[in-house]
Design a protein. Structure first.
Length: 332
C-alpha cells in the first residue's frame, strides 16, 4: 500500500485506498471523512457527484469523485476501473449505497420490489464483481458490505427491505469463503438505529391500504421504542477504521444497540399486534459451522463505540469483551 498515515501519537499504519458507494451522506460520508482525515485516499461515488464537491475541496487529490447509479452494472464496472486506474490499487471496497422501502408486504408494488433488490442487492453485487479481479491480482483487499439489523432480524412494515438485506448477508457469507484463499476479507456491517436519513427523504413508501391502519400504528410504536436513542454515525468512524486495520477482520460487525446479531428477536406464534402478553423472544444460539472469522458487535452511541465479539466458528459461543475496543468522539 502506498504512503504512510499517522494515527494518534504513536501508531503508524500504511495508508489505504478506498472505493465507496453512497458517500453523499450518512455512514458513507462519515467513513469517507474518517479515511481522508487519517491520510487515506478515497474514490467516492454518489448518484450526484456534485454532492461530493466539499470533499474534493477539502482533500484535493486524495479524493476521486465519481457519479454512479449502482443499479447500472456497466457503470459500476467503469467506476471501479476508473478508480483503480487513477490510484493504482484498491484496498477497501465499501458497498454502502442503499435505501429503505417502507410498506406492508401486500402493499409493495412489483416496481417497488424490483427497485429495492436492484439497489440493495444487485448494486452491491455489481461493485463486488467489478472489484474482485483487482483484489485477486494484487493478492488481497477488504470488502465491507453494509447490511443492517434488518439483515439479521425482521419487523413489520419493511419486509422488502429485509428481503434485500437478508440476501446480501447470504451472498456475502458465501463470498467470504470463496475469496479467503486470495487474501481477501469480507465483513458485513449491521447497523442498528442511527441518526441517518434512512427513514427520511431517501426512503420510499408504498401506497397504504386502509386495512393495515392498526398494524401500521403498532409498527410505528415498536419502531419508536427500538430507536428511542439513535446512535450518532460519527461514533462509528473509529470502529470502521479499526475493522479495516485488523489483521483478521470479523465476518460480521454489529453497530449500535439492539438484538444480538446471533439472536434476532421473533414474535410468539399466534400473537397479534398489541395483544396482551405479546413479548419478543430469542431462538437458541446457533453458530454457523462454515462461518469465516467472528461476529463483532460495536455499540456506537453519542459518545463511544465499543466492541464485543463472539467467535462465529464455535456454535454457542458467548460474547466476550473484545481486544478491539475503540472510543470515538461524537458530534456536539
Amino acid at each position: 500500500m502506498s504512503g504512510v498515515a499517522e494515527r494518534g501519537s504513536t501508531a503508524i499504519m500504511p495508508s489505504k485506498t478506498w472505493f465507496m458507494t453512497g458517500t453523499s451522506r450518512g455512514f458513507g460520508r462519515e467513513w469517507a471523512l474518517a479515511a481522508l482525515e487519517r491520510g487515506d485516499r478515497v474514490a467516492a461515488t454518489a448518484r450526484d457527484a456534485g454532492s461530493l464537491d466539499d470533499l474534493v475541496e477539502a482533500h484535493g487529490d486524495a479524493v476521486l469523485a465519481l457519479p454512479l447509479d449502482v443499479t447500472d452494472r456497466e457503470a459500476a464496472f467503469e467506476a471501479v476501473r476508473r478508480a483503480h486506474d487513477h490510484f493504482g490499487r484498491l484496498d477497501v471496497i465499501v458497498n454502502n449505497a442503499g435505501y429503505g422501502q417502507f410498506g406492508m408486504v401486500e402493499e409493495i408494488s412489483e416496481e417497488e420490489a424490483r427497485a429495492q433488490i436492484e439497489t440493495n442487492l444487485f448494486g452491491a453485487l455489481w461493485v463486488t464483481q467489478a472489484a474482485l479481479p483487482y483484489l485477486r491480482e494484487q493478492g488481497g483487499g477488504h470488502l465491507l458490505q453494509v447490511s443492517s439489523i434488518g439483515g439479521i432480524s425482521a419487523f413489520m412494515g419493511v419486509g422488502m427491505y429485509h428481503a434485500s438485506k437478508w440476501a446480501l448477508e447470504g451472498i456475502s457469507q458465501s463470498l467470504a469463503q470463496e475469496v479467503a484463499g486470495f487474501g481477501i476479507a469480507v465483513t458485513l456491517i449491521e447497523p442498528g438505529g442511527f441518526s441517518t436519513d434512512w427513514g427520511g427523504s431517501s426512503a420510499r413508501r408504498a401506497t397504504e391500504l386502509p386495512a393495515y391502519a392498526e398494524v401500521r400504528e403498532e409498527s410505528a410504536r415498536r419502531r419508536a421504542e427500538r430507536q428511542a436513542t439513535p446512535g450518532d454515525p460519527v461514533a462509528s468512524r473509529e470502529a470502521v477504521l479499526a475493522i479495516v486495520d485488523a489483521e483478521e477482520p470479523p465476518l460480521r460487525v454489529f453497530l449500535g444497540d439492539g438484538p444480538s446479531p446471533s439472536r434476532p428477536p421473533t414474535t410468539s406464534p399466534g400473537s397479534r399486534p398489541g395483544a396482551s402478553g405479546n413479548r419478543s423472544r430469542s431462538p437458541p444460539r446457533a453458530g454457523p459451522a462454515e462461518a469465516i472469522g467472528s461476529t463483532h458487535a460495536v455499540h456506537a452511541d453519542r459518545r463511544t463505540a465499543t466492541g464485543r465479539t463472539a467467535d462465529a466458528r464455535r456454535p454457542g459461543a458467548r460474547p466476550t469483551l473484545a481486544s478491539m475496543t475503540v472510543t470515538a468522539l461524537a458530534a456536539p
